[in-house]
Design a protein around this ligand. Structure first.
Ligand code: G3P
Length: 205
């Protein structure tokens, strides 16, 4: 399973890319709005595309087909690794087909709802991924499944067990995957033991 960092934060993207932990980026209008401030969001996207080799999702804000296609074509010009993100509404389905016919890569968002957003309202969000995986496999559908709205490391593990192609995870979840109190405790013990050895060696001189 690939990891796409779900953020527009240049700081987080830069760190994760340099650590070789991510395969791409997903953004949405909310995330870009937070990062861009007074900047042109296209400049932020350009910068993100320069930081990562993999796909960078950029979402259209138009809600009619022609508008989505026009916006999608403009977004695709920002960089070769832009993937145009289209909301799962009727107009969006036509837009995906038209953009794909022009050789522009797309992904579809707000499908059924998201894992965390379903969990938030007391449903089992991961069922969406489980059902999609089974259906796509039954019919050899090549489209990749992006598990979105990941809230914690356990979601990442479950998505991987089910066979999602990508987990789009926020930076805090990526960092949580790297953290474990047992690691910290073990490291503290190793260093304490090592310091005893150093102290013994010094005392013996
Ligand atoms: O782009 C959609 C995705 O980021 C949703 O995640 O955490 O806002 O539910 P979240």
């Amino acid at each position: 399973m690939k990891f796409f960092l779900d953020t527009a934060s240049l700081k987080d993207i830069s760190w994760a890319a340099q650590a070789g932990l991510i395969d791409g980026i997903t953004t949405n209008p909310s995330l870009l709005s937070k990062q861009a401030g007074d900047l042109d969001p296209r400049d932020v996207l350009k910068e993100i595309c320069s930081l990562v080799d993999g796909p960078v999702s950029a979402e259209v804000v138009a809600v009619d087909t022609d508008g989505m296609v026009t916006e999608g074509k403009e977004l695709a010009k920002i960089a070769e690794n832009i993937v145009v993100k289209i909301p799962m509404i009727e107009a969006g389905m036509v837009a995906v087909r038209r953009l794909a016919a022009d050789g522009i890569r797309t992904n579809v968002t707000l499908c059924f709802s998201f894992i965390g957003r379903l969990d938030d309202v007391g449903q089992e969000g991961m069922d969406v991924i489980r059902e999609a995986r089974t259906i796509f496999d039954n019919y050899n559908i090549e489209t990749e499944i992006l598990a979105a709205s990941i809230r914690h490391p356990r979601h990442v593990v479950e998505a991987a067990m089910i066979g999602a192609d990508v987990a789009t995870l926020p930076p805090d979840v990526l960092k949580k995957l790297l953290m474990d109190p047992l690691t910290d405790r073990g490291l503290d013990q190793f260093l304490a033991d090592w310091n005893k050895l150093v102290a013994r060696a010094k005392a013996a001189v």
